[in-house]
Write a protein that binds this ligand. Structure first.
Ligand code: NAI
Ligand code: MG
Length: 483
């Protein structure tokens, strides 16, 4: 792929001034640049937010019938589908994810616009009976300019997870993609315009978090902020949002437990653990990164897990290998730092899978899978989000111990339970501190309909589903006196 130049997308066109500062976007499989991207700052952010605010105030947008807004979103969904191959190759090359996974993300992106497009004309309030002579009712209204701070692990899918419901509810959007992978979101903005979306309704400003990101979250005309990323940056975003008392939706990752009891189907559990750490090279918020195994089956389960990890082959993401590279060298160094510390502190660490044998990929950020055992559960390798192909293992004997270990985390995103005993699974469901609990499985197959979000420091608010949509609306209560 030749190096392309990518600008911001503001008021319906690409903006790339001749003298503008640029940064490189790399292909993580080769460490070679694939694009030079505008390093947006306060000026571009201001232009984009002003454009979104004008579009929001325009009669054309404000008075558009909800059904027409929904139809526009369905057209965007069709556009995404029509460009699925192109978008999947772009995402695969920019993020380093195997092509089939990128294609799956693109399908998901299309589904968000389809699902929320279908909901656009079903956002309504209630009539509340209070007393004779007064009619009280509620209506749900958009906030205005929605800021979307997007991470690099699923740029297109997570971008659409927030952009589609924001638009469905009638907001206008300014998105800031992550500096490590911004290409697909800028392309999405072009496709939205081709689908007929009015200029200014959806704008994109690429750039660094501390520059474009901070300028966006601080902008006075932004009235709602959606963020996915680290707890640390999420906390900064929430502090920025506190000025002006603006609402936030935060999705901040996890350290998710997989609790496997002695009566579980070990083959299926092993399949799902390996699958969850293979997707996006373990750089997913809901990966099963903590395995809590019953003492009597732990060895048998780990043998199955190791055997599956061992079979994973790494290669150029476009050839659709089992495992792609990590996103960047700093992310890989962060992971290796955790492994080094765990090793020094006495962990048993085994490494699995086969790196690429293609010399073109020698500088890529590939990383073999690690299994860590034998440390106290308070160790950072068991407590912190490493964000890569690393599985930390602990053992338990009693249900009480499993519950205590599973909940011994500042995070609470997902948890999975493996047992054939219904009463035991029901007890675990009640006691696990997590926004999502999976029983004898993992994930929801990428469904856009099921609310997703975190307990504890894993986040605030929900995305996906009707609950996700309602976060992009505020309630106006109306009382009409006629008596
Ligand atoms: P990050 O949280 O700093 O970045 C996420 C997004 O926030 C990017 O678009 C970034 O440009 C933007 N950002 C950064 N600083 C900002 C600021 N001050 N104001 C507004 N926006 C800002 O995460 P980073 O550095 O990319 O990765 C570090 C760790 O974060 C990972 O190792 C992982 O643990 C976690 N993470 C979790 C994700 C998830 O899906 N929950 C996604 C990405 C990262
Ligand atoms: Mg990249």
């Amino acid at each position: 792929m030749s190096v392309i130049q990518i600008g911001a997308f503001i008021h319906g066109r690409q903006v790339l001034p001749k003298s503008a500062p640029l940064f490189e976007s790399l292909n993580p499989a080769t460490a070679e640049p694939i694009a030079q991207v505008l390093r947006g700052g306060a000026a571009e952010v201001d232009e984009a937010v002003q454009s979104a605010a004008r579009a929001f105030a325009s009669k054309e947008w404000r008075r558009m019938a909800a059904a027409d807004r929904g139809r526009l979103l369905l057209k965007i969904s069709e556009k995404i589908r029509a460009h699925a191959d192109e978008l999947a190759r772009l995402e695969s090359t920019d993020v380093g994810k195997p092509l089939a996974q990128a294609a799956n993300d693109v399908r998901n992106a299309g589904r968000y616009f389809e699902y929320f497009g279908g909901l656009a004309d079903k956002i309504h309030g209630d009539v509340i009976p209070v007393r004779w002579g007064v009619t009280d009712y509620t209506q749900r209204e958009p906030y205005g300019v929605s800021a979307q701070i997007i991470p690099w692990n699923f740029p297109l899918a997570m971008g659409c997870r927030g952009i589609a419901p924001a638009l469905a509810a009638g907001n206008c959007v300014v998105a800031k993609p992550a500096e490590l992978a911004s290409l697909s979101i800028v392309r999405l903005a072009e496709l939205c315009k081709e689908a007929g979306l009015m200029d200014g309704v959806f704008n994109v400003v690429p750039g660094y978090g501390a520059e474009a990101g901070a300028a966006l979250t601080r902008h006075k005309l932004v009235s709602h902020i959606t963020f996915t990323g680290s707890v640390r940056t999420g906390t900064d975003v929430m502090q920025a949002a506190a000025v002006g008392a603006r609402p936030v939706v935060l999705e901040l990752g996890g350290k998710s437990p997989t609790v496997v009891f002695d009566d579980a189907d070990l083959d299926r559990a092993a399949d799902m653990i390996v699958q969850s750490l293979r997707v996006n090279a373990g750089q997913t918020c809901n990966a099963c990164t903590r395995l809590l195994a019953h003492d009597t089956i732990a060895d048998a389960l780990l043998a199955r897990v190791r055997e599956r990890f061992e079979r994973l082959r790494m290669a150029d993401p476009l050839t659709n290998p089992d495992l792609g590279p990590m996103i960047s060298d700093p992310q890989r160094q962060k992971l290796r730092g955790y492994l080094d510390q765990a090793g020094k502190d006495g962990a048993r660490i085994t490494m699995h899978g086969q790196g690429p044998d293609d010399s073109r990929l020698a500088r890529g950020y590939f990383q073999r899978v690690a299994v860590i055992e034998g440390l106290p559960h308070a160790h950072p390798a068991y407590q912190e989000e490493i964000f890569g192909p690393v599985l930390s293992v602990a053992r338990f004997r009693e249900l009480e111990e499993a519950v205590a270990l599973a909940n011994d985390s500042k995070y609470g995103l997902v948890a999975s339970v493996w047992t054939r005993d219904v009463a035991r699974s029901m007890e675990m469901i009640q006691r696990l501190e997590a926004g999502q609990v999976y029983v004898n499985g993992w994930g929801t197959g990428g469904s856009v309909e099921v609310p997703f979000g975190g307990y504890k420091q894993s986040g605030l608010g929900r995305e996906k589903g009707i609950d996700g949509l309602l976060h992009y609306t505020q309630i106006k209560s109306v009382s009409i006196y006629y008596g």
